[in-house]
Design a protein around this ligand. Structure first.
Ligand code: LMR
Length: 394
């Protein structure tokens, strides 16, 4: 039977992990997969998480099933993190999911059950796993313009014009903060306009907030989501703890529903849990249990927030240093946008061939669309890296 299969094309981001590991060159630089790294290139277990895991190990006296929604305390804490402490819990429901991708798929399965012919509008460009996850649930996808590669800015008028043609009932997937792959984000006035548009046209906002805390701060990064929640009758959210709690491999995320009222929220939740049961039944516990402990314990939470802020500020510093180095080496302001972008990524605006040259000639790894993970920038080698980038330009 398997002889009928062709090899699946490699995922462009995940493939970089293997390519980088296999490269024997000592000076290689990893700007590929979106994983936070410290100055030494390490991705540490966060302090508060480490402590929570110790407490879990000592205190956990059973590993019996928790049930389809996973850890309900975790779910409530995640809702408050995203929607804010004043979240209207009568209208919101949440299910723990296996990572951000699991949360996206769970929400997509729910949407398929309620609006099987709806279209999900995705930003162009978007995270490469968005289209397969949506299509995997049987939903149609379309693009809305988002990024102007020449200026590094959001094509906001074009975005609004495209979304103005969406049918009532269509779904608009928005990056809550830290747009992946571009790093170009909506400002407050733009969020307000998008909110007005989705209300006027009867569109359903679907917010992917996988990088909360990596842009402007935990609350500021959720401002767009919270504005939407205050105005729209219904919305859906996928959140992830992979980045802001650094629990990548533990697979920790949450799928959230804001419904018009409590009764409809309950029905939607029952459908989402039925979808979870059919896909994987129950989510893995460990990472979510540790995250819950951090979020519920004042001391651990304060330490987590402090460490997250250190990570965010470090990425901001690296952005400025790299933009400065590129300005020096290229004698131009072509790359200044890197300093004003926010989050883990920016796109340099290089061709695939230039990206390939950087890998082959300098051992510099980035995604083929020239997306860089700013946390991987070498603090002590900015000018060398900038020189390499400039050397492959036309
Ligand atoms: C990324 O964009 O690099 C991360 O979200 C990792 C992934 O799964 O693609």
């Amino acid at each position: 039977m398997f002889e009928t299969l062709q090899p699946a094309p490699a995922d462009k981001i995940i493939a970089l992990i293997g390519l980088y590991r296999a490269d024997p060159r000592p000076g290689k630089i990893d700007l590929g997969v979106g994983v936070y790294k410290d100055r030494d290139g390490k991705t540490p277990v966060m302090r508060a998480l480490r402590e929570a895991e110790k407490r879990l190990l000592q205190g956990q006296d059973t590993k019996t099933y928790l049930g389809l929604p996973g850890d309900t305390g975790f779910n409530t804490a995640m809702v408050k993190l995203a929607f804010g402490p004043a979240a209207d819990m009568t209208r919101i429901r949440a299910a723990q999911a296996p990572g951000g991708s699991g949360a996206l798929r769970l929400v997509a399965e729910l949407l398929k059950r309620t609006r099987s012919d709806a279209t999900v509008w995705l930003s162009d460009p978007t995270w490469p796993n968005h289209p397969p996850v949506m299509r995997g649930a049987g939903l149609k996808v379309r693009d809305y313009p988002y990024f102007d590669a020449a200026s590094g800015a959001v094509r906001f008028d074009d975005m609004l014009a495209a979304l103005g043609t969406a049918e009532a009932g269509d779904i608009v997937l928005l990056h809550g903060c830290c747009h992946n792959p571009t790093g170009a984000n909506l400002d407050a006035a733009q969020w307000a306009k998008v909110t007005d548009l989705v209300v006027e046209r009867g569109l359903l906002p679907f917010v992917d907030i996988a990088y909360q805390g990596f842009g402007e701060g935990l609350d500021a990064d959720a401002a767009g989501l919270r504005l939407l929640a205050s105005k729209v009758p219904e919305m859906v959210v996928a959140s992830s703890c992979s980045k802001n709690f650094a629990v990548y491999r533990d697979r920790v995320g949450a799928a959230m529903i804001l419904a018009r009222n409590s009764a409809e929220a309950d029905v939607a939740m029952s459908q989402m849990l039925a979808a979870a049961r059919a896909m994987y039944s129950m989510p893995p516990d460990h990472g979510a249990a540790a995250v819950r402990m951090v979020l519920e314990d004042d001391g651990l939470r304060a330490d987590w927030e402090a460490e997250l802020e250190e990570m965010r500020l470090r990425m901001l510093r690296l952005r400025v240093q790299f933009a400065d180095a590129l300005r020096r080496q290229s004698n131009s302001d072509r790359f200044d946008f890197i300093a004003s972008h926010r989050g883990m990524f920016s796109r340099l605006g290089l061709t695939e061939a230039q990206v390939e040259r950087l890998r082959a000639e300098y051992g510099v790894y980035m995604v083929g669309d020239s997306r860089i993970n700013v946390a991987g920038l070498p603090e002590d080698g900015m000018d060398d890296l900038a020189k390499a980038v400039v050397s492959v330009l036309d």
